[in-house]
Design a protein around this ligand. Structure first.
Ligand SMILES: C[S@@+](CC[C@H](N)C(=O)[O-])C[C@H]1O[C@@H](n2cnc3c(N)ncnc32)[C@H](O)[C@@H]1O
Length: 290
């Protein structure tokens, strides 16, 4: 999917591009490789470990590439600091990276024992332990229901509250297993871990802020590509594009984004075989028209 995405986003090899979720640097590298002349890439990530790795991976491109640590909702400020007023393409590959998932100390994976952390940005205060142990019952139920679509969230939250302090990923896994029939346990664990991660990183708030801010920066003909991994994200992206690139509640504004993908693009079977996470990926691309 990397090449397909870059084919859609990169319309001018001398343009300026933003990879707002640099992660392991795969997409960033594919974009940087195609740039010529004044072509430029800003690769951004919230995670300082990702930023270090991407800076090393993309070092050979010299001044053509800048790697920045920041939340993507701050994209306007970062562009200003980099003296960029308009860009040709923007990529958002949402969620967590395989580096993050495969590092047990980050606490993202239910298959490994680790601390209840789940922060993309390690300088942030709120961790998954604080969410589970500090948030009230009502808020926890909302998190599991809204961000994980967890059925019977109430009884699971009561089990978490009875077990406080919940300290490790293995502790969460044990509580979920005890309250879930065996055949549903894997699915439930994935739902619970997703819900906690979304809450810890305010992923929905970040997405709602970045979409209009990114659209502001696109020049006419510029493209915004978003890869989403679950229906909550994809629905938000779809609605944003449907509203013509304006935040919810905006009235009487002429459309400034046009969908290039009427239906989201999905990964091909070969890619899913190499990277199981690609199974749930949905790509939407839109073009700035006004
Ligand atoms: C799916 S990975 C990106 C993988 C990347 N496209 C690649 O080719 O390796 C998502 C990345 O987005 C970062 N991220 C998530 N939310 C973010 C936010 N609000 N601001 C900046 N980075 C964020 C995560 O830290 C993670 O590294």
């Amino acid at each position: 999917m990397v090449d397909r995405i870059v084919d859609l986003v990169l319309t001018d090899p001398t343009g300026c591009y933003l990879d707002l979720t640099a992660g392991g640097g795969g997409h960033g590298e594919a974009i940087a490789t195609r740039l010529v002349g004044r072509g430029r890439l800003i690769a951004l990530d919230k995670d300082s470990h990702a930023v270090e790795r991407v800076a090393t991976r993309l070092a050979r491109f010299g001044e053509r590439v800048s790697v920045v640590q920041a939340s993507f909702s701050r994209v306007a400020e970062i562009a200003e600091r980099e003296q960029i007023t308009q860009v040709t393409g923007i990529l958002l590959d949402l969620g967590l990276s395989s580096d993050q998932l495969d590092t047990p100390e980050r606490g993202f994976a239910f298959r490994d024992e680790g601390p209840l952390d789940m922060r993309f940005d390690l300088s942030q205060d709120v961790t998954a332990a604080q969410v589970i142990n500090g948030y009230d019952r009502h808020r926890l139920i909302e998190i599991l229901r809204d961000f994980g679509e967890v059925p019977r969230a109430m009884s699971l939250v009561d089990a978490f509250i009875a077990a406080r302090p919940v300290t490790t990923t293995a502790h969460v896994v044990g509580i979920v297993r005890q309250s879930t029939p065996p055949r549903q346990q894997q699915k439930r664990l994935a739902q619970v871990f997703q819900a906690l991660r979304i809450a810890v990183n305010d992923e929905m708030g970040e997405l709602d802020r970045v979409l209009p801010a990114a659209t502001d920066l696109l020049g006419i003909g510029g493209r915004l590509a978003v890869l989403a991994y679950h229906s909550l994200e994809d629905r938000r992206v779809k609605q944003f594009i449907k509203r013509g690139g304006w935040p919810e509640g905006t009235v009487d504004q002429p459309a400034r984004l046009l969908a290039l993908t009427k239906k989201p693009m999905v990964a091909e079977a070969v890619e899913v075989a190499h990277n199981p996470r690609a199974r749930s990926a949905k790509l939407r691309v839109a073009e700035r028209i006004a």
